[in-house]
Every structure is written in C-alpha cells, then in structure tokens.
Design a protein around this ligand. Sequence first.
Ligand code: GCW
Length: 721
Amino acid sequence: MKRVVSDITKTAGIFILLFVPACLLAEDGYDLWLRYKIVNDAGRLAHYRQTVTGININAASPTLLAAKEELEKGLNGLLGKKLPEHNLLQNGSVMAVKAAASDIVSRVISKELLASSGKEGFIIRSAVVRNKRIIIITGNTDISVLYGVFHFLRILQTQQSLADLAIQSSPSLQLRLLNHWDNLDRHVERGYAGFSIWNWHTLPDYRDPRYKDYARANASVGINGVSLTNVNANAMVLTRPYLEKVAALAAIFRPYGIRVYLTARFSAPIEIGKLSTADPLNDSVQHWWSNKAKEIYSLIPDFGGFLVKANSEGQPGPQNYGRNHADGANLLADAVAPYQGIVMWRAFVYSQQSNDRFKQAYEEFKPLDGQFRKNVLVQVKNGPIDFQPREPFSPLFGAMEKTPLMMEFQLTQEYLGQGTHLVFEAPMFKEVLQADTYVKGKGATVAKVVDGSLYNHSLNGMAGVANIGNDINWTGHLFGQANWYTLGRLAWNYELSSEQIADEWIRQTFNNKAFLVSTVKKIMLSSHEAMVSYMTPLGLHHIMGNGHHYGPAPWSDNLPRPDWNPVYYHRADSAGIGFDRTSTGSNALAQYSAEVRHRYEDPGDCDEKYLLWFHHVSWKHIMKSGRTLWEELCYKYYSGVEQARLMQQQWNQLENDVDKERFEHLRMLLAIQVKEAIWWRNACLLYFQGFSKMPIPSAYEQPDKTLEYYKNLRFPYAPGN
Ligand code: GCW
C-alpha cells in the first residue's frame, strides 16, 4: 500500500513538474531579479537559442570568473539547456572580454567609444568576425565586463531582441552605495526584514554563501560599495578581530566590484584607543586615526573609507571639542587619503537649537563650504527633515558650490509603511532628482548637483539606506526588492524613468506576460502617491508614532524635544494647519534660491503637494479644486485609501499569473496595507477635526472607531526601533 501511495505521489510530482507552467512554481523570492527561468515565449526562446550557442570567456581573474559563472548560470537557465564553451569563435558565440585583452575588440569597437566608456562602462555589440556571427561584451576593465554580462542577461530576462545589439552604457555616478544600519548584535535599525545578514559571530571563518549572492545582486545593478554598519556606530568594528571579519566580507565582494566602507564612531580613539580625547585637532588623535587607517588598509587594500554621523541625535562629534564638521571630516579624510580613501560626512544634524529643524543642516554646513578636504563628500538626505513620504528637496543641494554633495535616500521604509506597505520608491527619488534648484538659472537640477556636473566635482555619489535582512526574500516585503533594484539602476543612470525601472524589475521578478506586466506596473506606479495621500497629504509631515515610527500619532506632544513631536510639524489649531516657513514664520524658504522661494511663498500659488510644508493655512482656504482645505484633506485621505483598495483589487486579478507563494504573500500584505491606510485616514481626520470643527463629508464612509481608540493603541514591540 505504502509503495502504491508513493508511486502515485511520484507520478503526481512528475505531472506537476511537467505541466505546471514555470511561472506558477512556488518561489520564495530568494533569487531576487536573477531568477533565470526558461524563456516562456516559444518564438523568443527559438530566437535566443539560434542567436546564442556558446560562451567564450577566459576566466583570467576572479571578476572574469564571476562573469563566466553568471553567464553560464543565466544562459543555461533562460535557454533551458547547457551551453558549451566556445574556445574558438563560432556562430552564436557570446564573447566576454576586457578590451585590451583581445584584438577582436579593437577591430570591431572604436577607440573613442572605449575611451568614453571609462572604468566601469560596458559595450555590447553584435558583430561578424571571421565570418562568424558573434556577440561581444566588453569594456576597459574586468568589472565593466561583469556589468555587461548582467546587462546582457537583463536583455534576455526582459525578452528583448538580440538582433543588431549596439549598446554602450556608463554610470552617471561614481559611488553607488548601500548603507546598512546594521548593529554588531545583528539588530538592524529601521530594519523590517529580519536580522542583519552579517553574521559577525561566525565571520571570518564561516562565509555564508548568501554573501556572494548579495554581491551578485548588487553588481547586477551596478552598486559598487557597501557601508556595513550602522551610522549610530559602535567603535568595536574598528578593532582587529572585527576588521578581520570585515576583510572576509571584502574578499567575497571584491570580484563583484564592491568596496566595503565602515561607519566611524567619532569617539573611537577614547573607546578603543584609550586616549583621553577625540579632539580632531589633537596630535595623538590624528596619529591614532592614521594608524587605524594603516591597519585597515593592510587588511583591506581597497577599503573605501568612512561614513560618519557626528553631533546628531546624541552621537559624538567634533562639536564636543568646540570644533566644526569640517575639522571632524578632515581628520578622517587625512587618515585615509594616502590610500585613496574617502569620507562621507552626513549632514543629518539637529543638535543646534534653531527655530525650525528644517533649517539646521543648512545652517551648520553651508558656512563650511570650501573647508573640506578633497576626499570628503557631505552626504545629504533627500529632504530637509527625515525621509518623509514627501519632502521638498533639501536646500543644501545647490548651496555648497565647493563641496561634493552625495545623495542619501532611504530604501528601508521607516516612514513608508515599514515592512507591510507596497511603495515603489522610484517616483519619489525621481521627483527629488529632477527638482530644479535654480541656483545657476533654470536646469540646475538636484541630479546635476549630485553628479557633480553643476560645480565640476569629480567625486560624486548616491547612497540608499538598505532594506535588507536575513528574511528568505531579503527585504521582507517582496516589493522592497524593487527599491533595492531602483537604487542601483538610478545611481547608474538617473535618466531612467520609474516606468522603465518598474518594467524591467517586474519582467525579471515575475514574468513577461503582458497582463501581469501592465497590472503590476499600475500598482507600482500609483503606490507612492497613494501612500502620501493616506498618510501625509498636502504637505503634512512627521506625524507618525514616537520611537518606532509605526502608524499615525499626529496628537503626540510629550517628547522632550519639541522637534520630535508631530504637533511641532503640523501646527493645527482652530485657525488652520501647516508650518509657516515663509518670512512671516521660520523663513526656511530663504534657504532656497529666489525662484524656488517664489514658487512656494504664496499659499494661493504654491504647489499643493507642498502646501502645508510651507504655510499655515485656514481650514476654509479655497484649494485649486474649489474645495476648502478641510474638504480637500478629507478628499485626499479618502482617495488614498481608495487607491490602496484598487492596488489590492489589481493584485487579486493576478492569481493565475503568479505562483501561489508570492501571490499569497502579496495578497495578505495588501490587505494589511488597506487596513492600515484606513487607520491612518481615520486617526488623522478625527484628530484634525478637533481643530477644524467641520464634518467629514457624509458621502464618505465614516470612521468606525473613536479618536481615543486610536490614541490608545500601543506597539511596544514594533520592529526596527
Ligand atoms: O530617520 C532617523 C531614524 C534614526 C536614524 C537617523 C539617521 C540611524 O529614525 O533611526 O539613525 O534618522 O539617519 O541618522
């Protein structure tokens, strides 16, 4: 009997394997966008099999070996058969080679094109060589070849034609970094995907295969650096045993073109160096850092440098010794300069007392322009406050002519629904990058500040605070993967549209079916605006729960610092709502160029997306829609919830187009998102209604809970805190 049952199970298993379409086999998300499933369109598959018949790579370096492994893995999977190695070129050979190592490349590709490709750019070209039709993937360095290989696989995964390939692509930005906020005990600050993937306890001897997969994923989108540790730093990572662990990670990442960076705790000379001071102008402190740099580089010759949070939220820094940020940054910059290291000094500060937290980074940093060493970048969050669902661009962008400013985005969704909301961040990032600072007339976009072209800086970069943990699918919420993907793609080419990035990601992550692609794209492209509407419409900001930042708490007013409290930001009273940042208020607007200021300073004229960022507006103010401000606020909150419901309905149409595991994952998460969108809407409107004294229009479904109910919710174990 047992035997019979097992035979039946076996037959059923074979049946399932043969007859269930590949797109419906359960997937846990571990493979990210590098799934390499067999091409499911017969015509395309035939075209690929005909065009690609073998691989020609001389794995002469670890990076080229990685390229070879990836090309084999990818092509074998996508074409559904094992491709041979072509030691001699044949029809259909895919040849991947560093330009200088092949005279074929110099015959087919011009010197100019190669020169313009720089150190990391790649070229993919269809060519006929010795009567053989081949595809060449090349560039000036091994890493450029690896990038080209990943791009080539992307072409197949997104089912584009391989006919007449003539592609050249180089990165817009030099430093394309992930910033992990991972503690040494594996707790991830603002992490919603489990614990840190760095297992410090078992490193350096145990090298989890996941580290390599992490490197592959990053390299596939051009990310070339990772800062491993939390900016709220622990000096211990700079001690010898930890540096050896860091060196082990660096060795795994190196073939993939990824450098490691560490966060430097400013007081490390005291804590681990036994000095009595960390004063940046003190000789022994300077010595200590330069010896520390020497030690680090002896273990990790290509160590990238330091990322520093100083004199912010209680972190130590140069101001503890009466020095300024430039003194602090230069101390570390001098220590790593002999090894071509850099320092990324964060501008997220608010230790100084100002009448508006909005203004503090600018007030502290702008006067220091010109005082930083050449190897220092000041790393600026996209907006002036703190990664809110929508912020105007930080006024520092454009304000520091002599200092390279690095962009800091937050991938992890601290303020964007944390681990349970689907929010595709590309539209939000693009909004900031495309914003015009007008500091040198029209067209001085934030992107041009960041890429260095506005003020001729050769050092430039973009960082994303990582959303990665040890959850099986890396990011907890499957669509968090899209944000990781976005950081890499935008740092490589910030001209890519959100739509393009979504399209690529969907095709690689799910499949190429037209209905699925268009439906998921609709969901993704509407998700950010939906979230802004149900959380913080019309320029509201910083009205989330204290500490854990989960859920709404616009009523919160009991934290020791006024600028930690939501009431500080929305300023609702019987007259109206919003923060007056014009000349009649904090005058933060004065930090922008005249054009930007003019655009925002009149409440009748101001883009309503930012209205309450800059104005305290009467509840009866007439909006562009003809509704009063109060009615508009209601309208926005309700339409945000409707949008979330629509996303849920759209997803639910995909049951037959996605495997069950990922379908259910999203189905449940979207249900939470709708529930929490309603929570945000009800809690915020009930609270603000206490000031407006106006009804929620009766056409809308009315809140089914009281304000007291929402105020009494507690989440002592919310993650990431
Ligand atoms: O957004 C805030 C976070 C802190 C974080 C800080 C920062 C690492 O709530 O958790 O600290 O920003 O960016 O330094």
